[in-house]
Design a protein around this ligand. Structure first.
Ligand SMILES: Cc1cc2nc3c(=O)[nH]c(=O)nc-3n(C[C@H](O)[C@H](O)[C@H](O)COP(=O)(O)OP(=O)(O)OC[C@H]3O[C@@H](n4cnc5c(N)ncnc54)[C@H](O)[C@@H]3O)c2cc1C
Length: 494
């Protein structure tokens, strides 16, 4: 066994948040060791913003499947997650959404001092430079020329009465907008490229293709990690360990290391019943239309370029819907249709359903049990139904009929009645890829980390990634994960 690695801080996972933590700590003079399960190499399909779908179920995807989802006709849902230096930012759609300021004010109101919008807004600015206070570490692409079909979708949305919002990361979230992307010169820009790569070999030692199988303890102090690389066991000891393995990987690593519900684990180093619970995700239901000719797709941009934030019910304080619009038909396996068309993915971003992640065994090679309990809350079915109706209205608006000859294919007649709509939602719901909340931050009995991201009851161990979100924010989760990385680095650097 190799046991001669040394570091001040070990970061587990070189994804969206882990890359930020490593960079900032290296800049602060710490010796950082980053251990990542996936490879570190150039991948044309990662670089090209138009090739996201090719990465799913590839060797760079953990390729998780849920257990059969009772409220979704027993289907096993695919949950892609990045297994590569870059993490899920390496196979995501690159959409940059900070979330609604009220999301963070709520985190703070739950007892998480230091996490209000006022506190976190400067951390977002450090990453994206969107507030005019100087450049950020990432480029956020705005003001590009969208595909003609995207302009038509936005116009169609306006025809249904939705306001155009030129900047959903600005003063107001609601309305229909063109997306902002983490793209530089036509290539995907991950935090691994922008933050981590410049400091590898200069304060950071990167150990790729190494699966961390457990955390090492001396009593209640975490003193290092143990991983497997090329079939051999290796270890490193350090003053601090920061787990950034993501909303699935982080609770799994804690559970394998004996941190979790003592009854389920059959004894535990630390009894923390919340580990793996509170799993939240956003959900999508497709509304698909044929077009009379193939929409042109611009090289260097994803096939989705516009989205909207809206409310499912009048009187709701925050937007809870976020449909996003693709210039291609995204058929489910049971669907059939012509090769070209458009998809308006009816999105729910304030779900009530909660699920969990559990171990299937203690082996690092066995996939965990993932049960998001999608649609277990009736409110989610209802809200997705409203989102589908909204997308149907947009597809049927004069602009899309006139310029593209758009004709609705799905749900089409399947959702004529209210019952039909509900069963279509159950038959076709898919993840929006925003799993969060499984090691939630807080001060209650279910909390796993405190507001300084320290694991309750353990010394020398923090978590910094999407798993610590008490509630999933109103919008895509990459920017918030990166903000969490920035915050963790501040807390660690002191
Ligand atoms: C297909 C897809 C599309 C998405 N689209 C968008 C989008 O357009 N915009 C947006 O804002 N969000 C999007 N998201 C969500 C967003 O990418 C994630 O919320 C974000 O990347 C989470 O960051 P993280 O740091 O928590 O985890 P990750 O970035 O997933 O990083 C976790 C890292 O830990 C590593 N790891 C896990 N376990 C171990 C272990 N035991 N040992 C060693 N390493 C380990 C993983 O390999 C991975 O590299 C998308 C996600 C997916 C999957």
């Amino acid at each position: 066994m190799r046991d001669d690695w040394t570091a001040d801080v070990i970061v587990v996972g070189a994804g969206s948040a882990g890359s930020v933590v490593a960079r900032r700590l290296a800049d602060a003079g710490r010796r950082v060791l980053v251990v990542e399960a996936g490879p570190h190499r150039a991948e044309p399909a990662v670089d090209d913003p138009a090739r996201m779908h090719e990465l799913w179920d590839s060797p760079l995807d953990w390729g998780y499947r849920t257990v059969p989802q009772q409220e979704a006709q027993g289907r096993l849902l695919h949950l892609p997650r990045g297994r590569v230096v870059g993490g899920s930012h390496a196979l995501n759609a690159m959409i940059w959404v900070r979330g609604n300021p009220a999301d963070y004010d709520r985190w703070a109101a739950l007892g998480n001092e230091g996490w209000s919008w006022q506190d976190v807004q400067p951390l977002f600015a450090r990453a994206d430079g969107l507030d005019g206070g100087g450049p950020g570490m990432l480029d956020v692409l705005t003001g590009y020329e969208p595909d003609p079909v995207q302009r038509s979708i936005v116009e169609a949305a306006r025809q249904t009465g939705l306001p155009f919002n030129p900047d959903y990361n600005g003063a107001r979230q609601e309305g229909v907008s063109f997306m902002q992307f983490t793209i530089r010169e036509g290539r995907r820009l991950t935090t691994a490229a922008a933050y981590l790569a410049p400091v590898v070999g200069r304060g950071v030692t990167l150990v790729p293709e190494a699966v961390v199988r457990r955390l090492l303890f001396d009593g209640r102090r975490c003193v290092g990690v143990e991983w497997i690389r090329e079939g051999a066991v290796e270890r490193c000891h350090a003053d601090e360990v920061v787990v950034c393995a993501g909303a699935i990987g982080s609770p799994v690593l804690l559970l394998r290391s004996g941190i979790g519900d003592a009854d389920t684990l059959g004894g535990a180093v630390v009894h923390l019943p919340g580990v793996g619970r509170n799993l939240q995700d956003h959900w999508l239901v497709p509304v698909i239309a044929s077009t009379d000719r193939p929409p042109t797709l611009t090289r260097g941009l994803p096939a989705t370029q516009s989205h909207l934030f809206w409310r499912s019910r009048p009187g709701t304080r925050l937007p809870d819907l976020q449909p996003l619009h693709f210039g291609v038909p995204l058929y489910e396996p049971w669907m059939d249709g012509p090769p070209h068309g458009i998809s308006l993915m009816a999105g729910l971003v304030r779900p009530e359903s909660r699920g969990e992640v559990r171990l299937s065994s203690h082996s690092a090679w066995d996939a965990p049990v993932i049960d998001p309990r999608v649609l277990s809350a009736q409110a989610d079915v209802d809200a997705l139904g409203v989102a589908v109706r909204l997308c149907q209205e947009i597809v049927g608006a004069p602009e899309l009929r006139r310029t593209w000859g758009a004709r609705e294919l799905y749900p089409g007649p399947l959702a004529k009645s209210a019952d039909g709509l509900r069963s279509y939602v159950r038959q076709s719901v898919v993840t929006y890829h925003h799993q969060a909340g499984t090691c939630k931050m807080g001060v209650d009995d279910e909390a796993v980390v405190d507001p300084q991201l320290r694991v309750h009851g353990v010394d020398g161990l923090r978590i910094a990634d999407a798993s610590i979100m008490p509630d999933v924010p109103t919008g895509n989760t990459n920017a918030p994960s990166i903000m969490i990385g920035e915050k963790a680095a501040d807390l660690l650097a002191g």
